[in-house]
Design a protein around this ligand. Structure first.
Ligand code: ASP
Ligand code: MG
Length: 326
């Protein structure tokens, strides 16, 4: 029988055929806006990532914008349209200092801090000149503006990881998630995305590096930045989970998991510890707010387990979503 060693290696078996040396489990972990909404929660995220890495997993981290930043960027779009230059300038300044403050409160060692400040400044200048040069905000320009929330936050999370000695590298999802041209609500081209992920993400993982990826954004085949829809970082994680054939995709958020009803409105709402993919997909599409509506879709029919977990109570079991009847 002819054995294809490359295929075996891809499937996680070392050349010696020793089953014990099966590749590490691959987990895609997405942290939402509250989980990365300041220096304290970012430190918590860094310690979680370190913990799961030390436990022998390979990780891909997907990061949202700092809580409230995407809303501020949407508002900036309105200021541009209404020619409210002063409000626009104030809003830009606010965004700049918000990120610098989070970076500063991470208490990074000097070289890390200096290079993080440089990255924030460079990105911010890109946003600043874009915003000040626009008179209108067609969807294409607005997506470019909105992309800065995630693009500014990723280097911060990456620096927090580096400070703990975790080997992590920032990665802009516009390099890997290829979408159609439906700006504001773009859909991924899975084949093209899979190709980019094979070329860019897989080699990083093989080198033992943790890619820290911007949620929410992609780009068209022409290189224009797109966004996947508000709240779309969850979708970024499940798209990556699918094309990587990940073992699990974890959506870290600020609630314990998926509930039978909105727990803020219904005190009898139950935490659902297990859900079938189909049921979870139906619930998300019907507006269960904990997941972006399309999150489950890329994983339907795959063996990849999707979990919803609470960053602020990581030991609580969360909700496990998988191929399950009923
Ligand atoms: N930052 C984006 C938003 O606020 C995407 C996300 O948080 O998932 O919509
Ligand atoms: Mg969300």
């Amino acid at each position: 029988m002819e054995i294809d060693l490359q295929v075996m290696e891809r499937n996680g078996y070392a050349k010696d055929g020793n089953q014990e040396s099966k590749a590490k489990p691959l987990l895609v972990m997405k942290f939402g806006g509250t989980s990365v909404g300041g220096s304290k929660p970012i430190k918590r995220v860094a310690s979680l990532v370190e913990k799961y890495t030390r436990e022998g997993n390979s990780l891909v981290v997907v990061v949202s914008a700092i809580r409230g930043v995407t809303n501020s960027l949407v508002e900036m779009g309105n200021f541009i349209k209404q020619n409210r230059r002063l409000d626009l300038e104030l809003s830009l300044e606010d965004i700049f200092y918000r990120h610098l403050e989070v970076a500063s409160n991470l208490n990074l060692p000097h070289p890390l801090r200096a290079s993080l400040d440089d990255k924030i400044e460079e990105l911010f200048f890109g946003l600043h000149s874009l915003a000040l040069n626009l008179k209108e905000t067609p969807p294409k320009s607005l997506d470019r503006i909105l992309s800065y929330g995630e693009r500014l936050n990723v280097p911060i999370v990456q620096a927090a990881l580096s400070a703990r000695g975790v080997f992590a590298e920032a990665l802009d999802a516009s390099k890997i998630i290829e979408t159609d041209t439906n700006f504001g609500f773009a859909s991924p081209n899975m084949e093209r995305t899979e190709q980019h992920v094979k070329n860019i993400v897989e080699p990083m993982i093989e080198m033992g590096m943790i890619p820290v990826v911007t949620g929410f954004i992609g780009s068209t085949m022409y290189g224009d930045i797109t966004t996947l829809g508000r709240g779309g970082s969850d979708y970024t994680a499940s798209i990556l989970g699918r094309v990587l054939g990940a073992d699990e995709v974890w959506i870290w958020t600020d609630v314990d998991g998926v509930y039978s009803d909105d727990p803020r409105k219904n005190p009898n709402a139950q935490l659902l510890t297990e859900l079938s993919q189909i049921k979870a997909h139906q619930m998300a599409m019907a507006g269960a707010r904990v997941l972006y509506p399309k999150t489950v879709e890329p994983l339907i029919g795959t063996q990849t387990v999707l979990r919803v977990k609470n960053t602020f109570d990581p030991e609580s079991p969360g909700t496990k979503i998988y191929i399950k009847q009923g």
